[in-house]
Design a protein around this ligand. Structure first.
Ligand SMILES: Cc1cc2nc3c(=O)[nH]c(=O)nc-3n(C[C@H](O)[C@H](O)[C@H](O)COP(=O)(O)O)c2cc1C
Length: 211
């Protein structure tokens, strides 16, 4: 599999952020040890959360298990070519309501933020262990939540596929091509403001501009 070189504007980042990218070609024969699996879960466990509410639930889907079959049955077409080859897929859910009623009060106003943060910690821990991780949301959320028995208090959110690089010759052309996509970002000036919304944007190249 090809490795993506860090983009010029990412070169100053610390590892594992610097070399992280969303790989799509995985070695289907690779499995994580129980120790590695546990360490990835520990990274999520130790993420910060509002009031230490820890509003995440993770489903562990290892190839050959029932949870993996449940996931694969509900993947979008675009994700069905690459997700099943990962060594493990974690599905994240957020504790969003304190009761089963649709209008029950929020469990935590920051549940979505916190689950995203736990996902980020797991993703970066994977990279620091020499693994790649690719987050995804392309699956039938209702059907998969049903298959996993997710209660009304929780919202099924995303998947995180984790694994080792695989041989592009083993996958279809479309999946292989995914690992060569340009990685692009909005400039800092589009979303970092030193004033009110939209005002005094931070220029790209701030350090050189003296601004
Ligand atoms: C919430 C979320 C949903 C995503 N859904 C998908 C998806 O369904 N399929 C996919 O191939 N990639 C998916 N991605 C990956 C993004 O496309 C990818 O992170 C983005 O293009 C930036 O590329 P990079 O991670 O290599 O920097 C998703 C990422 C996030 C965070």
């Amino acid at each position: 599999m090809s490795e993506q070189a860090p983009q010029p504007s990412a070169e100053g980042l610390a590892e594992p952020m610097r070399s992280r990218w969303s790989a799509s070609v995985y070695d289907a024969s690779h499995r994580l040890s129980d120790q590695e699996l546990e360490t990835l879960l520990r990274a999520a466990q130790w993420a910060p959360s509002a009031g230490n509410s820890q509003p995440w639930v993770l489903f562990v889907c290892v190839p050959g298990t029932v949870n993996h079959e449940r996931l694969v049955a509900h993947l979008s077409r675009g994700n069905s070519g690459w997700v099943p080859r990962a060594s493990v897929v974690f599905l994240t859910a957020a504790h969003v309501r304190s009761g089963e009623e649709p209008d029950a009060p929020a469990y935590s106003d920051y549940a979505l933020h916190d689950v995203g943060q736990a996902a980020a910690h797991l993703t970066l821990q994977a990279r620091s262990m020499g693994l790649h991780a690719h987050q995804f949301a392309g699956f039938d959320h209702d059907a998969l939540a049903d298959a996993l028995g997710v209660p009304a208090t929780h919202q099924l959110l995303t998947g995180i596929a984790v694994g080792l690089p695989g041989d592009p010759a083993e996958v279809d052309e479309r999946t292989a091509a995914r690992d060569h996509r340009d990685r692009v970002r909005k400039p800092l000036s589009a979303w970092a403001f030193r004033g009110r919304f939209g005002e005094d944007p931070v220029p790209d190249g701030l350090a050189d501009s003296g601004a």
